[in-house]
Design a protein around this ligand. Structure first.
Ligand SMILES: Nc1nc2c(c(=O)[nH]1)N[C@H]1C(S)=C(S)[C@@H](COP(=O)(O)O)O[C@H]1N2
Ligand SMILES: [Mo]
Length: 204
């Protein structure tokens, strides 16, 4: 008991090594990184929705109010940006990806990948297995507060175990696909698997 307690608290700040992937440094700041401009919404109730399409029995569309009525969870996780900053113990609230699946028509057995579609055409792709993890979130609060515009308001994806670029900001749609489709940064030369522990930064 005592050892388990000690081990947990040894990790930070002195013993962070085991929590920080190779080539990363820890920051207490929350840097803002993205391509393009920050979308501004005047009225999310009328101008925002979340769509799902592809390998499911019928396409779906949830309004802002419908989405916000879904059950939420809070999670604490570490985030790792490919530009080498990591931030430990970030706190998020949102709808589990697996919970969201209950709110849309059934997926077909062909589904293997999910392509996240965002404002201004940004996309990112991940295998559906990764999003079935209980810490995969459609997140709308950070540190107890509504996401700020630059961090993805009103909704972002939180993709566990991958470099942070796969945590798409300003999420508007999820495409369910039987085959993989490279997203924005993945096409730009970043590694499609993006595992920070294996330092999969760039495509070979
Ligand atoms: N829509 C969108 N989401 C995006 C990006 C982007 O360019 N557009 N950049 C990604 C990258 S490279 C990173 S590191 C994180 C940064 O999130 P943050 O600005 O909240 O730290 O968002 C990711 N999500
Ligand atoms: Mo990034």
């Amino acid at each position: 008991m005592f050892n388990a307690f000690k081990k947990k608290y040894d990790r930070t700040p002195e013993g962070e090594e085991g929590r920080v992937p190779p080539g990363q440094y820890v920051t207490d700041k929350f840097p803002v990184l993205h391509y393009g401009t920050v979308p501004q919404y005047t009225n999310v109730e009328s101008s925002w929705d979340l769509r799902a399409w592809g390998e499911l029995e019928a396409p779906a569309r949830l309004s802002f109010a419908e989405f916000r009525a879904l059950p939420t969870v809070e999670i604490t996780t570490d985030i790792h940006c490919v530009t080498r900053w990591s931030k430990l113990d970030t706190q998020w609230m949102g709808v589990r990806f697996s919970e969201f699946l209950k709110a849309i028509p059934t997926l077909t057995p062909a589904v293997k990948y999910v392509i996240a579609h965002c404002e201004q055409g940004f996309t990112t792709n991940v295998s559906i297995e990764v999003l079935m993890h209980p810490t995969a979130l459609l997140a709308y609060k950070y540190d107890g507060e509504e996401l700020t515009p630059e961090h993805g308001y009103p909704l972002r994806l939180l993709t566990p175990g991958k470099y942070f670029w796969k945590s798409a900001k300003w999420l508007r749609g999820l495409e369910f696909a039987g085959h993989d489709k490279l997203g924005f940064w993945e096409r730009y030369g970043y590694n499609n698997n993006a595992d920070p522990w294996k330092e999969e930064r760039y495509a070979d």
